[in-house]
Design a protein around this ligand. Structure first.
Ligand code: GN1
Ligand code: MG
Length: 363
């Protein structure tokens, strides 16, 4: 994507309707796609933080449509939560640009947005307890539940076919065939593993499940937990909120919330699906979204964890083979490392599949 050169965060920040004097700004968070910064303004003697984000417009090809989605979603959430204690910490709130628009476009053609910073809460790249898993899953379920009555029209599809797992698989097959970076030789075992599981890719799409407004990127580092109460207070990363299937959202919680290891852990012996975390995710999700789900959606919750872990594994693998064109990487085998943790996690899920199914059906 185009660089703002040199990156002048003060100038960017001043394009938004933020009171006070700019103090400083720096990189923030661990996302793989957009560039995120925290900026501090002095407001009458008190330092106040804001989030600034540059949207990756190679990945999200229509930023204005994406921002229209986010504006509609955050406005809807804000209205529904208005009477709750601490309401401004329960949803992201966009700060308008000086011209009133919901984004700012800089001279290099980059799209920027600003949010209020949610203080006294944080995200975790790996969860530390079943209680945290419960709270995080409950927050994502609540998010889905609050958006059931989002007024028409449907949200824009910000990435077409985002959770079309068969299409993701076809993209992997293409990457293997092209092998542009000459890396297939480094990933023989992973390619074989992927080819063996091809037949499950279409199962969720073929299940006739209802389309809902879903988040679609429910990795657990996308929900903020309140420092004082531990409550899942705010769901973040709204770029992929669009029509989708609820089990995919639940599945990504299982992918990211049940293993004690990070997504790019190289010691694969640390990667395992911890059953107590799975139980807590099911309980938390059903505590808020249970009333919403159909029988068929519930029946697919266990399977969805495995399917989306596979989807992410093949996306990392395809990007490794393509020469790291999509995800941010810090070294040559970063995407392959990520793929390996996903495939290891699938093996761990397979060993506990029956138990997982039984638990879900009892709830
Ligand atoms: C990306 O934006 P971020 O880092 O939360 C990706 C997700 C993946 C995730 C894996 C738009 O999410 O689909 O699950 O990485 N987002 C996009 O960590 O591709
Ligand atoms: Mg994201």
């Amino acid at each position: 994507m185009t660089e703002t050169s040199p990156l002048d965060l003060r100038a960017i920040a001043r394009q938004f309707q933020i009171y006070g004097e700019f103090r400083h700004a720096g990189p923030y968070g661990t996302g793989h796609i957009n560039d995120t910064y925290a900026a501090v303004f002095d407001q009458g003697g008190t330092p106040v933080r804001y989030v600034l984000q540059r949207i990756n417009h190679t990945v999200f090809q229509n930023p204005p449509a994406l921002m229209e989605n986010i504006h509609r979603v955050t406005t809807h959430l804000g209205n529904k939560l208005a009477d709750e204690r601490d309401s401004s910490r329960r949803t992201l709130t966009l700060v308008p640009a000086r011209d009133g628009s919901v984004f700012h476009r800089d001279g290099d053609g980059n799209y920027w947005r600003a949010y209020l910073f949610i203080e006294n809460a944080r995200t975790y790249d790996a969860l530390q307890s079943p209680e945290q898993a419960f709270q995080a899953a409950k927050a994502f379920g609540h998010f889905q539940q609050l958006l059931v009555d989002l007024p028409a029209p449907p949200l824009h599809e910000t990435i077409v076919g985002f959770h079309d797992t068969p299409q993701r698989f076809a993209q992997l097959e293409q990457a293997i065939a092209r092998d542009v970076a000459n890396r297939a030789r480094l990933a023989r075992a992973e390619i074989e593993f992927a080819l063996r599981l091809k037949s499950m890719t279409g199962r969720l799409l073929a299940a006739g499940l209802p389309e809902r407004v879903t988040h679609n990127d429910t990795k657990l580092s996308n929900v903020m937990l309140d420092d004082a109460t531990g409550e899942g207070i705010c769901v973040t990363d709204l770029d992929t909120v669009m029509p989708g299937l609820a089990p995919y959202d639940f599945g990504d919680m299982v992918r990211t919330g049940t293993s004690p290891a990070l997504e790019d852990e190289r010691d694969l012996s640390k990667v395992t699906m911890q059953f107590p975390m799975f139980e807590a995710l099911v309980r938390g999700y059903l505590a808020s979204a249970g009333g919403l789900l159909t029988k068929a959606e519930r029946e697919h919750l266990g399977f969805a964890g495995k399917l989306i872990t596979f989807e992410m594994g093949i996306r990392f693998l395809a990007d490794f083979l393509a020469g790291d064109v999509y995800y941010k990487v810090r070294h040559d085998t970063h995407n392959l490392d990520r793929c390996r943790t996903q495939f290891k996690l699938i093996e761990s899920m397979e060993q506990q599949e029956e138990q997982m199914e039984r638990f879900v059906s009892r709830m």
